[in-house]
Design a protein around this ligand. Structure first.
Ligand code: GLC
Ligand code: MG
Length: 563
């Protein structure tokens, strides 16, 4: 047998040691499933998904075993950024349904023991929000009240924009001229997404009230959008292009605003707050706040999106994963893993369709909360079969012809079955085209198949109930091709995951690689094309992996000596 590398990393997750599964909060123990409502299920045949569509699929969601659903924005919006541009924070957009539909969804989810997390977009409103309408018009009767609700800055002496800040969408200037005020306003995303001014305490107070509105209705928490950009550096200095630190990102005041939001969420029992921010690990960890001023329960960990890709080696994976676990452990904060969302290309397309199960194993069984984007449980793929006339995401199609950074390919309709429009909608045309692979790649087919991504996913979610996965100690290591880790419970039970991220076969000794106890093991889940069967025996001492094969093992109470 080939020699494996010595143990690279061995991280004890101190924050979790001593806690038992029963003590974890629902947002810690469970899986959070992101629904992109436009694309999940269309109940009224207009080609766009809606709240009643989600209601129709509550049984499916329950069958997955997820603890919570997070809904991308459903508020009133002109949809310049598909709901991330909100014109009324307290209304449901008619495209998605009514307030009654929302209340029915909340009730239906709660009946099934599924929590509901809303997306909250604090950094910017729509330019069609009444605040901006008043703020941008000195003749408006409410101008005085709202004039400082947004970030308004004078032109430079030569009339040019205040500084070199770019938008996140197209790298063009983030400043838009307003004739009426003779000033520029800041928009770090679309022109129709003016930045709110959090240096004005009234803005914070109004947004805190908007948070209470839905918490009063019984929602279980928030995913806070784009907190990176909440407050800008005073004096609006130029940024140095390419720098990790930018005057419009991760400002100390932004961490404080997150804590102010947290204080509102803490007025209620058993609710959660999660923040979305891309940055260095240190920048991200800032949103957790501190003991005296807590922030998010967790800040999304996007490392499996940003720091590994199809050409990463097993050692790269082990390093990225091990570093995060060590840092989280050191800081004593809660961990989490995210592999996809509505802004990122599909896992099957970023890595490989036959790595879907392996990636789901990493996300669901590494320490901390797991977050799944709808469709990743069946291994949906990006859909590039569209032109810029249809693909209208403002992040792409800058020249009108090339999709570029468009996020539409990962936002196409959920593939439920092999009927028209993949069972998503009865419309003649759906808002984005259904991927043609729906005929074979769909939830119903995977329900019927003996083995499928969907069935593997359910096994993984169920495995999270194991104390080893909830609170166990973690060891991580890699061979030439295989990234492996173990989770060990207080009683010695071990759950082991091994994923061949390479495209060559490999033979590993997991006893040696992970320092496992000398117990016997059975397969608890395996990638769809693996020759191994869930429930079958496995010898961790001599595991032959085919390319992209992944397995999950669980120890039996039997010591090998007694075997
Ligand atoms: C977040 C959202 C993204 C949106 C942006 C602006 O990154 O996930 O979809 O475009 O914020 O709100
Ligand atoms: Mg509809």
């Amino acid at each position: 047998m080939r020699k494996v590398q010595p143990l690279l990393l061995f991280a004890a997750v101190a924050a979790m040691v001593g806690a038992t599964a029963g003590q974890l909060a629902w947002w810690e123990s469970g899986v959070i499933y992101q629904i992109y409502p436009r694309s999940f299920k269309d109940s009224d045949g207009d080609g766009v998904g809606d709240l009643n569509g989600v209601i129709e699929k509550l049984d499916y969601l329950q069958s997955l075993g997820v603890a919570a659903i997070w809904l991308s924005p459903i508020y009133k919006s002109p949809m310049a950024d598909y709901g991330y541009d909100i014109s009324d924070y307290r209304e449901i957009d008619p495209l998605f349904g009514t307030m009654e539909d929302f209340e029915a969804l909340l009730e239906g989810a709660h009946q099934r023991d599924i929590k509901v997390i809303l997306d909250f977009v604090p950094n910017h409103s729509s330019d069609e929000h009444e605040w901006f309408i008043a703020s941008s018009d000195p003749t408006h009767e409410n101008y005085e009240k709202y004039k400082d609700y947004y970030v308004w800055v004078d032109a430079k002496e030569d009339g040019s924009v205040p500084n070199n800040w770019p938008t996140q969408f197209d790298q063009q200037t983030a400043w838009e001229w307003n004739e009426a005020r003779q000033q520029y306003y800041l928009h770090q995303f679309h022109i129709k997404q003016p930045d709110l001014n959090y240096r004005n305490p009234e803005v914070l107070a109004e947004m805190q009230d908007n948070l209470r509105f839905w918490l009063d209705k019984g929602v279980d928490g928030y995913r806070m959008d784009a907190v990176t950009f909440l407050v800008e550096a005073e004096g609006f200095p130029d940024g140095v292009p390419g720098d990790i630190d930018q005057p419009y990102m991760h400002q100390p005041e932004s961490y404080v605003i997150v804590q102010e939001f947290r204080a509102v969420v803490d007025e209620y029992d058993n609710r959660t707050m999660i923040t979305e921010s891309y940055g260095t690990v240190d920048q991200i960890l800032g949103y957790y706040g501190n003991e005296t001023n807590p922030g998010a329960d967790f800040s999304f960990n996007f490392l499996l999106i940003t720091d590994v890709n199809a050409s990463s080696t097993a050692a790269d994976f082990a390093e990225v994963i091990g570093n995060w676990i060590d840092i989280v452990d050191e800081r004593g904060v809660w961990s989490n893993w995210v592999i996809g969302n509505h802004d990122q290309h599909r896992v099957a397309s970023r890595f490989s369709p036959d790595l879907v199960d392996g990636m789901n194993m990493l996300v669901t069984l590494l320490p901390g909360t797991a977050v799944t984007y709808n469709g990743e449980e069946i291994g949906m793929e990006d859909n590039y079969n569209m032109t810029c006339e249809i693909a209208t995401d403002p992040a792409g199609c800058w020249d009108g012809v090339t999709l570029g950074n468009s996020r539409d390919p990962e936002r196409t309709p959920f593939q439920w079955d092999n009927s028209t429009n993949a069972g998503f909608s009865t419309a003649n045309e759906t808002w984005l085209p259904v991927n043609e692979n729906y005929v074979t790649l769909n939830a119903e087919a995977q329900e019927e198949a003996g083995r499928s991504h969907l069935k593997t996913y359910r096994q993984l979610v169920a495995l999270r109930e194991e104390p080893a996965v909830q609170t166990g100690v973690t060891a991580v290591n890699s061979s030439a091709q295989v990234i492996a880790f173990s989770r060990t419970a207080d009683d010695g039970t071990e759950v082991v995951v091994a994923v061949n991220v390479g495209d060559r076969p490999d033979v590993v000794d997991l006893y040696e690689m992970l320092g496992l106890s000398q117990r016997s093991f059975v397969i608890s889940a395996a990638s769809v094309s693996s020759i191994r069967q869930p429930g079958g025996p496995a010898d961790p001492g001599l595991l032959v992996f085919s390319p992209h094969e992944s397995v999950t093992l669980i120890s039996t109470p039997v010591e090998l000596e007694e075997y």
